[in-house]
Design a protein around this ligand. Structure first.
Ligand SMILES: CCCCCCCCCCCC(=O)O
Length: 290
């Protein structure tokens, strides 16, 4: 199947019912690295008001054709697609997993990606799709004084900005949507042990076994994780990491180190999906800019 990747924009809703007005909703648009599976697929997605996103190489000819067909005439003609309804969910095209563009009224989708894992060093499987969300007002309040005058290009790959995104007291959520159908809770625990464990060690030294154990023990044997399960890793104010499985809270731990370690998996130095990280930085920048 031919696919292509290009960044596209979708405009924000003017307001959501019961949501306080946020000027970003009216004035900004977000950027996602997009791969459109095929022009017909794009048409169906656009008609359905859904943005399709994933990670694949460029294909300029198709890109041109798709942009011509679907561009909003107020947007740049090349490399961007503006959907009429900015509140449309965004779909990760390889897996078909869909992410709401706003979570719980205040968290804005900044980027989506795919977590792959190799089994026995042989087969690479798609384990889950993920979406990174942040509170736009927190981004502005906490980061705009320091970074408000820098462009999105200057903020992408800017180590200080990236560190502050992970360390500041910004409400954020990473939503994992399981796509691998044979996942056991035991493998979830051991995957977290490995990935979060390595980050705890990196940022906090070797003496964090108890913290890691507190976190991983939240994933109890009685929970089932079939395909379609949703794990939310929620950083609340005060660096509290709340974890939910299919909307049910399974635990809550106050630890800046743990929150930072979790975020590092998705937007840190060596993220699971580099393009997702780039999108998060560029979209976070749009909230921060003065
Ligand atoms: C057979 C593969 C098992 C992988 C399970 C990953 C489940 C969630 C773990 C989240 C953290 C991570 O991605 O490392």
């Amino acid at each position: 199947m031919v696919s292509l990747r290009f960044p596209f924009l979708f405009s924000q809703p003017t307001s959501l019912p019961g949501t306080p007005q946020n000027h970003h909703r009216n004035t900004s648009s977000r950027h996602f690295s997009a791969t459109l599976a095929a022009a017909t697929g794009v048409g169906a997605a656009a008609a359905a008001g859904v943005a399709v996103v994933s990670q694949n190489p460029n294909h300029p000819f198709l890109q041109n054709a798709v942009n011509f067909l679907f561009r909003d005439h107020s947007s740049p003609p090349w490399g961007s697609l503006s959907l009429a309804d900015g509140s449309a969910p965004v779909v990760e095209s390889k897996t078909g997993v869909s992410f709401p563009s706003v979570l719980g009224n205040s968290l804005e989708l900044l980027g989506i990606g795919l977590r792959k894992k190799s089994i026995l060093g042989l087969k690479n499987i798609d384990v889950y799709a993920f979406g990174v969300y942040a509170n736009g007002d927190d981004l502005k309040t906490l980061l705009s004084e320091k970074y408000g005058n820098l462009s999105a290009t200057e903020l992408k790959d800017n180590k200080d900005f990236n560190n502050d995104l992970m360390e500041a007291d910004i409400c954020m959520t990473v939503r994992l949507q399981i796509v691998y159908s044979k996942l056991s809770i035991r493998s979830v625990r051991s995957a977290f042990e490995e990935s979060v464990g390595s980050r705890l060690q990196k940022f906090g030294g070797s003496d964090n076994k108890e913290l890691l154990q507190r976190f991983t023990s939240q994933f109890k044997d009685e929970y089932k994780i079939p395909r379609g399960s949703v794990i939310d890793l929620i950083r609340e104010r005060g660096h509290i990491l709340k974890t939910t499985i299919d909307g049910k809270e399974v635990g809550s731990i106050q630890s800046k180190l743990l929150c930072r370690s979790i975020l590092d998996l998705y937007i840190g130095e060596d993220p699971f999906d580099r393009r997702a990280k780039e999108d998060v930085e560029v979209n976070a920048a749009s909230f921060v800019q003065k």
